[in-house]
Design a protein around this ligand. Structure first.
Ligand SMILES: Cc1ncc(COP(=O)(O)O)c(C=O)c1O
Length: 390
């Protein structure tokens, strides 16, 4: 008999279960109002458009749509992706199975054990998990309502960094958007230090207010690998996304992808392109933005009403995306109040999970994407009662 846990490679000890998934398990109880998940709202999925597009693909492309295909991805899809950027050519697009796979592949190709990755504190735990598997260390960079703080990044770069990870639009978890001057400052710093940026942009199309800002990859294609996805605009279950950069930057990534899974589903690539080209994607994005925008307004109004009087609490006002970040007074412990909150029938993700060193506990993430207006009102009132009592 094999003692699997002793037999496992040492790097598996770094593969920790996701704290968010653990919380989500507890919220399966029907009466819990969950602001914890970051799931896109399933009622908005374009099921009919996907059904029709899938029939068209099977009739027009037949067996080709079900055959093995190239590692780089469907050429027409790569051209479509490139057309959405100013600084990207079709040869600079690598189709991946979810941007999560993109993060993993970039880690695999560009990070050695002991390398340092500069990440915002807080940041997306899925990125921390992806890079951690390559035995790296993290350097925390400050983030405020205008995104990553360039002065803090500059300090990090002085101490030696191999990769900068940035979520410029409607950040997960803070909801912050990187301002235009900071976009320029951050690419300038990356260039000056010769350190690449991994720009993770799953939420960029979900803007409810303000004007779109340029992608970092369009400002500086020489130093940026960009990750985009269909998960938040079409459906997450397709597991369909892309990396966009120079062909030179992506060359090792394509080889790593080939070793990992040969290629992303041929059928799904053709299907997503058919849906996007059929004109339903822009309408779909508009629908998603209107829905999330109205839920954000309701959640902000509820927070203003219920939590304004609770001393030391403040929260972000995102212009898009799916998340609001709430900060409590210093030393407030949102991990211990999470259990009381679930008892009271409301769930959030405690902030600890979003810090590489897991040291800060005063924040928490709320998602407004799936809750109904009534649930938002009731859930925020329950949360305020818990925080007042704590
Ligand atoms: C910041 C960020 N990056 C990447 C992902 C993964 O997205 P995908 O479904 O494309 O793998 C998510 C999903 O929530 C995310 O929030």
């Amino acid at each position: 008999m094999i003692a699997w846990s002793q037999h496992a490679a040492s790097r598996t000890s770094r593969l920790r279960p996701s704290a968010i998934r653990e919380i989500l398990k507890l919220t399966q109880r029907g009466e819990v109002i969950s602001f914890a998940g970051g799931l896109p709202a399933p009622d908005l999925f374009p099921v009919a458009a996907i059904r029709e597009a899938s029939e068209r693909i099977l009739s027009k492309r037949g067996a080709v749509s079900l055959q093995y295909s190239t590692t780089e991805g469907d050429p027409e899809l790569r051209a479509w992706v490139a057309s959405r950027y100013a600084g990207v050519r079709p040869e600079g697009v690598q189709i991946v199975s979810g941007s999560q796979q993109g993060l993993d592949l970039v880690g695999k190709c560009y990070l050695d054990p002991g390398d340092v990755v500069a990440v915002a504190a807080p940041t997306y735990p899925g990125a921390l998990r992806a890079f951690e598997a390559y035995e790296v260390r993290f350097r925390a960079v400050e983030i405020d309502e205008d995104g990553m703080v360039p002065e803090s990044l500059a300090e990090a770069l002085e101490s030696g960094v191999k990769l900068i990870y940035v979520i410029p639009d409607f950040d997960n978890p803070t909801g912050a958007t990187l301002s235009l001057p900071r976009r320029h400052a951050i690419v300038d710093l990356a260039r000056a230090h010769g350190v690449p940026i991994l720009e993770d942009s799953p939420y960029s199309d979900l803007r409810f207010e303000g004007d779109p800002l340029p992608y970092l990859v369009d400002l500086a294609p020489d130093v940026v690998i960009h990750a985009g996805t269909f998960s938040k605009t079409m459906v997450p279950g397709f597991r369909l996304a892309w990396l966009a950069a120079t062909p030179e930057a992506l060359a090792p990534v394509t080889r790593a992808k080939q070793a990992a899974d040969l290629h992303t589903s041929t059928f799904t690539q053709m299907l997503a392109l058919e849906v996007a080209r059929g004109g339903s994607l822009d309408g779909q994005i508009a629908k998603v933005c209107e829905h999330y925008g109205s839920r954000r307004d309701i959640m902000l109004a509820a927070l203003d009403r219920e939590l304004a009087g609770v001393s030391g609490f403040r929260w972000t006002r995102p212009h898009g995306g799916m998340f609001i970040w709430v900060s409590g007074p210093d030393e407030f412990d949102t991990t211990s109040t999470a259990h009381a909150a679930i008892e009271a029938g409301v769930a959030y993700v405690p902030g600890e999970a979003f810090y590489a060193d897991r040291r800060r506990t005063d924040g928490l993430r709320l998602s407004y994407s799936v809750a109904s207006p009534e649930q938002i009102e009731v859930g925020i009132a329950r949360l305020a009662a818990i925080f007042r009592a704590a």
